[in-house]
Write a protein that binds this ligand. Structure first.
Ligand code: FMN
Ligand code: SF4
Length: 421
C-alpha cells in the first residue's frame, strides 16, 4: 500500500524566494499566527495538545505537555520567555539550518504563536555561532516581520506585544542542551543545570521559559491553521505529524527529507538514493551520533519516537547516518567518543574522564596496540557513567560504543585481539 506523502514544512521549498516575506505571505504565511490570535490562548494550547506534536530537538517531549507546565500568571506573575533552539550541533543533523535558510518566516511565525500561547512578551532565537549566514537571514526576516507589524508592538493589530531577539552562540555543542543554553544566554559558561526545576518553571533569569527546537516551532503555524486533529492524523498514535530527516553518509543524495512520523527507515534511505555506488548497507545511525547504531537488518523500523526505541536506539533529532560495507565500526566509535570527549563540559567526573578513556582506548586500538582486555575496560567504564552525571551528554558516553561492539563484534575483535602474535 502506498503511504500518503504530506509535506508540511518543506511543501513550498520549490519556491526560490520563500525566505522573503512577500513570497511567504503570498503562500499563506502568517495566517496561522492570525488564526492563533483569533482562537485565543486556551484554544491554541488545546490544539497543540491534541496534535501529538513532540519536541523535534531530540528528546521527543510532548509540546502540549511542556506548555501545560508553565505556571499561570496569577501563580507566578512577571515575565516569561520562549526560546528557539537553533544551536544544532549534533553531528549528522542539519535540518534546522535548512529550515532557516529556506523558511525563516515559518520559524518566526511559530515562535510568535508559542509566545502568544504562553503569554510571553519576549522571544529569542539562539543560533549557533557557526551559522553566520543563517544569522543574517534571520536578521533580515525579523526586520521584515517587524516592519510589517508581525512582530513587536501590536502583532497583526491584535494588541499582542512580542519582541523577538536574536542571540549567537560561541561554538559549544553542550549549549544546545536547554539548561546550558539558558546559562549561555545569561552570559555564563555553558554548564548544564541539574533539573528539577525545569526551564518551564525556572528558566531564563529564573523566569518560566519554553525552549523549543526550530523544527518543532516551525510546525505551529500549520497546526494553528489546520487543527491538532489533522496534524495528529498524519503521524502515528503517539507521534503526530511529519519529521525532517537529515540523511548523510554513504548515500547517493544526502539532504533533508520530510516524511510522516512512522515511515520506515528503509524508505527514508531510499529517498536519498540508497547506498552509494550500489554498495552494501552495513549500519545506520538513526538520529545523530548520540543514538545507538542499527544494523542493515533493522531498517524496517518505523521512524517515530517509539520505533527506534524498541530496537535500543532513539529517533533523536532525525540525523540518519548511512554506513556502507567499507566502514570500520571501531573507527566510527572512536570518532564519536572523541567528539563527546571534546564537548564534555567537564562538570561531572564520570563524563569528563569516561569520555577521555573511551577516546584514548579506542585510539590505541586504531593504532594497533589494542587487546581484548581493553574491550572489557571500555564496557566497565561505560556502564559506570549513565545515571551518575548531570546531563544526557554524559549518559550517552560509551552507549554508542557498546551498541557497536555488540552488533559488530568482528570490527572490534580485529582491533582488540585476544593475543598479539
Ligand atoms: C547534549 C545535548 C545537546 C542538545 N542540542 C540541541 C540542539 O542543538 N538543538 C535542539 O533543539 N535541542 C538540543 N538538545 C535538546 C534540548 O535540550 C531540548 O530538549 C530541546 O531544545 C527542546 O526542544 P523541543 O521540545 O522542541 O525538542 C540537546 C540535548 C542534549 C542532551
Ligand atoms: S554529563 Fe558531561 S556534559 Fe553533562 S554536565 Fe556533566 S560533564 Fe557536563
Amino acid at each position: 500500500m502506498s503511504r500518503p506523502d504530506p509535506k508540511i514544512l518543506t511543501r513550498h521549498f520549490g519556491e526560490e524566494r520563500l525566505h522573503e516575506l512577500e513570497t511567504y505571505r503570498r503562500l499563506g504565511g502568517y495566517e496561522g499566527l492570525r488564526q492563533a490570535l483569533s482562537l485565543g490562548r486556551e484554544k491554541i494550547r488545546a490544539e497543540v495538545a491534541k496534535s501529538n506534536l513532540r519536541g523535534l530537538g531530540g528528546a521527543g517531549f510532548s509540546a502540549g505537555l511542556k506548555w501545560s507546565t508553565v505556571p499561570p500568571e496569577e501563580k507566578n506573575p512577571g515575565p516569561r520567555f520562549v526560546v528557539a533552539n537553533c544551536d544544532e550541533s549534533e553531528p549528522g543533523c542539519f535540518k534546522d539550518r535548512v529550515l532557516v535558510d529556506r523558511a525563516p518566516h515559518q520559524l518566526l511565525e511559530g515562535l510568535l504563536i508559542a509566545a502568544y500561547a504562553i503569554d510571553a512578551r519576549h522571544a529569542f532565537i539562539f543560533i549557533r555561532g557557526e551559522y553566520a549566514v543563517q544569522y543574517r537571514i534571520l536578521e533580515k526576516a525579523l526586520a521584515q516581520a517587524e516592519a510589517a507589524g508581525l512582530a513587536g508592538r501590536d502583532v497583526l493589530g491584535s494588541g499582542f506585544f512580542c519582541r523577538v531577539s536574536l542571540m549567537r552562540g560561541a561554538g559549544a555543542y553542550i549549549s544546545g542542551l536547554d539548561t546550558a543554553l539558558l546559562e549561555t544566554m545569561e552570559g555564563k559558561r555553558a554548564w548544564p543545570r541539574q533539573p528539577p526545576p525545569f526551564p518551564t518553571a525556572f528558566g531564563l533569569m529564573g523566569r518560566p521559559t519554553v525552549v523549543h527546537n526550530v523544527e518543532t516551532l516551525s510546525m505551529l503555524p500549520h497546526i494553528a491553521l489546520r487543527g491538532g486533529e489533522w496534524f495528529a492524523g498524519l503521524g502515528t498514535a503517539k507521534s503526530g505529524g511529519t519529521a525532517l530527516f537529515s540523511v548523510s553518509g554513504h548515500v547517493e543524495r544526502p539532504g533533508v527529507y520530510e516524511f510522516p512520523m512512522g515511515t520506515p527507515l528503509r524508505e527514508v534511505i531510499a529517498a536519498a538514493g540508497g547506498v552509494r555506488a550500489g554498495r552494501k548497507l552495513k549500519a545506520v545511525i538513526p538520529g545523530g551520533v548520540s543514538t545507538p547504531v542499527l544494523t542493515a537488518e533493522e531498517i524496517d523500523v518505523a521512524m517515530d519516537f517509539e520505533g527506534p526505541r524498541a530496537k535500543g536506539s532513539f529517533l533523536g533529532a532525525g540525523g540518519v547516518i548511512v554506513l556502507d560495507d567499507t566502514t570500520d565500526m571501531a573507527a566510527v566509535a572512536h570518532n564519536i567518543e572523541r567528539f563527546f570527549c571534546h564537548e564534555s563540559c567537564g562538570q561531572c567526573t564520570p563524563c569528563r574522564e569516561g569520555s577521555y578513556w573511551h577516546e584514548r582506548i579506542l585510539q590505541r586500538g586504531l593504532e594497533g596496540g589494542g587487546t581484548a582486555e581493553d574491550l572489557a575496560t571500555l564496557s566497565r567504564v561505560g556502564e559506570n557513567i549513565a545515571g551518575k552525571v548531570i546531563c544526557a551528554l554524559g549518559d550517552t558516553v560509551g552507549v554508542v560504543t557498546r551498541a557497536m561492539m555488540k552488533k559488530f563484534p568482528e570490527d572490534f575483535k580485529a582491533r582488540f585481539p585476544e593475543s598479539r602474535g
